[in-house]
Ligand binder design. Structure first.
Ligand code: NAD
Ligand code: GLY
Length: 367
């Protein structure tokens, strides 16, 4: 088992990565559970695939699981579902020192974490991430949120979990398209800070996608370690370190906005394209060697993932995509920073990017 400490000042916790953690749930977190009743928030798909495993582990150890099963999908990150979950936790008489369990992907983790952040001004929670994206990114670091009518993740809180248990076996039931979307965030850690890990991805990405357990476990553990190191340095995204995790996100956000945050383009698919664009834009500015930029797109293409903006078939110009970027929550006092690359494994925050230049670059990429 890989055990990765997240050394947040005053509230450190562990991320454990190993196959079989869900089946051993009571053994892994029983000491944190103060009462027989254990509140668990999940969605219908995850409940169907993994609810029985969790139920059996807890019941065998004498606990009484209490389930809140929500609809699957991004629309669940809403004010209405947040209110419903908070009211349910109150009805379950959850107290501040109790732990709420989030079993699911980023949607369930973000919503449950936010509910835990506001319940009685903050109760404890445990993340059991069941998508690749959630295991390598959203379950770690304490960002919680829901969407509002004005956009994605616009209401939320920093609220760290007490424990994260990432069981790679859960990925066996995940649709391949969701595995690929989560894989983009794996590659991100190589591109932003670890050239050797990107090279590992080039060699082992296909095995990971097709279900190789060792490749999955290694990728999750390595990604979590990279994220934990960044979060420990910059929990609240104030010094710029944590902002590096947004590699590909400014371009990606524009593509998600243009496609209506719909199933036409999953978040991770947008991030993969966004990283290709960030690398190519870095090359255009003479920051990164052209052959390094080519490697990024070539890797996603080799795995059958979209790697050309033109393939998305958008009927739009670069200026329109830049306009979406200006509504990004990453805007700061009227300026927009971009995460660019000096080489594979060396990303940095650029605050001097001319948006007209980005628009003309995107016009070229859209052809
Ligand atoms: P998701 O939670 O919607 O899960 C994707 C789909 O897979 C859903 O239909 C779900 O029901 C299903 N599913 C989940 N686990 C399964 C399993 N093991 N077997 C079968 N089906 C399963 O999506 P996601 O990609 O995990 O998360 C996306 C969300 O994460 C977005 O809302 C995004 O904003 C958020 N996010 C948050 C952070 C953060 O730091 N908090 C970081 C990145 C993304
Ligand atoms: N997913 C970006 C972050 O956690 O900061």
């Amino acid at each position: 088992m890989a055990v990765i400490p997240v050394d947040i000042a005053g509230r450190p916790y562990e991320v454990r990565v190993a196959p079989g953690l869900l089946a051993d749930l009571a053994g892994q977190c029983g000491a944190l559970l103060r009462k027989a009743r254990v509140p668990i928030v999940t969605d219908v798909n995850v409940h169907a695939a993994w609810g029985a495993t969790v139920e059996q582990s807890l019941v065998a150890a004498g606990f009484e699981p209490r389930w809140k099963v929500l609809p699957a999908g991004e629309a669940t990150k809403s004010w209405a579902q947040l209110a419903d979950v908070v009211d349910w936790l109150l009805a379950e008489e959850v107290e501040r020192k109790d732990h709420v369990i989030a079993l699911g992907g980023g949607v369930i983790g973000d919503l449950t974490g936010f509910a835990a952040a506001v319940l009685k001004r903050g109760c404890n929670f445990i993340q059991l991430p069941t998508t690749l994206l959630a295991q390598v990114d959203s379950s770690v670091g304490g960002k919680t949120a829901i969407n509002t009518a004005a956009g994605k993740n616009l209401a939320g809180a920093f609220h760290q979990p007490s424990l994260v248990l990432a069981d790679p076996l859960t990925l066996d039931t995940l649709p391949p398209r969701e595995v690929a979307a989560g894989y983009a965030e794996v590659v991100k850690y190589g591109l932003l800070g670890d050239a050797a890990f990107f090279a590992w991805c080039e060699t082992n990405g296909a095995a990971l996608m097709s279900g190789d357990p060792a490749a999955r476990e290694y990728a999750v553990a390595t990604s979590v370690a990279a994220k934990a190191a960044i979060v420990a340095q910059d929990e609240f995204e104030t010094t710029g370190q944590r902002a590096l995790l947004n590699l590909g996100h400014t371009f990606g956000h524009a593509l998600e906005a243009q496609t209506g945050f719909s199933d036409r383009l999953l978040h991770g698919e947008a991030i993969a394209l966004g990283m290709v664009l960030a690398a190519r834009y870095s090359a255009r500015r003479g920051l990164i060697p052209a052959h390094d930029a080519l490697r990024v797109g070539a890797h996603f293409a080799a795995l059958g993932m979209m790697s050309e903006l033109a393939d998305l078939g958008l009927n739009v110009d670069g200026q329109t995509l830049v306009a979406h970027m200006l509504h990004d929550k990453k805007m700061d006092a009227g300026t927009l920073s971009f995460v660019l690359m000096r080489s594979i494994g060396d990303a940095f925050l650029a605050r001097d990017v001319a948006l007209a230049d980005v628009a003309s670059f995107l016009d070229e990429q859209l052809k």
